[in-house]
Design a protein around this ligand. Structure first.
Ligand SMILES: [Fe+2]
Length: 250
């Protein structure tokens, strides 16, 4: 059984050891609970039963558990400069046994571990079974929704564009409707393109519709200073989202 109340209590208890007046810790704490709220909505849209719905909530609650220690140790959320926070979260939970503070039953451990491990990877490991894959896809979608929400609504993440060109590797991924690898980022504008290209990594109708309804693409675009550089990509994304909203069944 998944006891959400107990899990939330354990999460708040865990976070107490970190400095909430540190802006990054504060942001991550609230990001977590917003992603949890999204898990309820996306689960409903997918018609999930109570068990899978609760499981998606628990995964949302724990997906960034590695972030708190990452900020404390390294003072950054940049995985390349510090550590892979997805893998580290799994180590904390499943090697050090922290998971038992959140849920007594160990029968969901593999699903939770694989979802968290894969949530921040370029792509999902191919070995996942159908249920594991669904939970990995859910967390990836709702995490991205909240990252863009943070850009357009809260301003907690700022897009720093300049007049530099967009790199070739970045353009190739984008033009093939593929997310952009962090390693391919050379210029500041490449970082902005990574955020835009999150859209190519969405899986569910709920997510495409969320982006469309909340006008995320145009609102991100409105934050940029060098609009002419991004205009063609933004137009393409708007078309892409509309098409996906029509084509994707669930
Ligand atoms: Fe994360």
């Amino acid at each position: 059984m998944i006891d959400i109340k107990k899990a939330k209590k354990a999460f708040d208890e865990y976070v107490k050891d970190y400095n909430m007046s540190d802006k990054m810790i504060y942001l991550k704490y609230h990001h977590t609970y917003r992603v949890c709220e999204q898990s309820i909505k996306i689960s409903k849209s997918l018609g999930l039963n109570e068990e899978d719905s609760n499981l998606s909530y628990l995964i949302a609650l724990l997906h960034d558990i590695g972030r708190f220690e990452q900020e404390k140790r390294y003072g950054t959320f940049n995985d390349i400069k510090s550590m892979d926070h997805g893998a580290f979260g799994c180590k904390l939970l499943f090697e050090e046994g922290l998971i038992r503070k959140f849920i007594d039953d160990d029968k969901y451990d593999e699903i939770i571990r694989k979802a968290i491990y894969n949530h921040n990877k370029y792509s999902i490991d191919e070995s996942l079974n159908e249920r594991e894959l669904m939970h990995a896809k859910i967390i990836r979608d709702i995490d991205k929704i909240d990252i863009i929400y943070n850009v357009v609504e809260l301003g907690g993440i700022v897009l720093h564009d300049d007049d530099s060109a967009i790199g070739d590797a970045v353009k190739i991924s984008f033009n093939n409707n593929k997310p952009i690898k962090k390693e391919d980022r050379v210029t500041k504008n490449d970082s902005v393109m990574i955020m835009f290209a999150f859209i190519f990594d969405l899986n569910y109708k709920y997510s495409y519709e969320y982006f469309l309804k909340n006008d995320f693409v145009n609102r991100m675009f409105s934050k940029l200073k060098n609009k002419e550089i991004f205009k063609e990509y933004v137009d393409k994304l708007n078309e892409y989202i509309e098409r996906k909203c029509n084509d994707v069944r669930k």
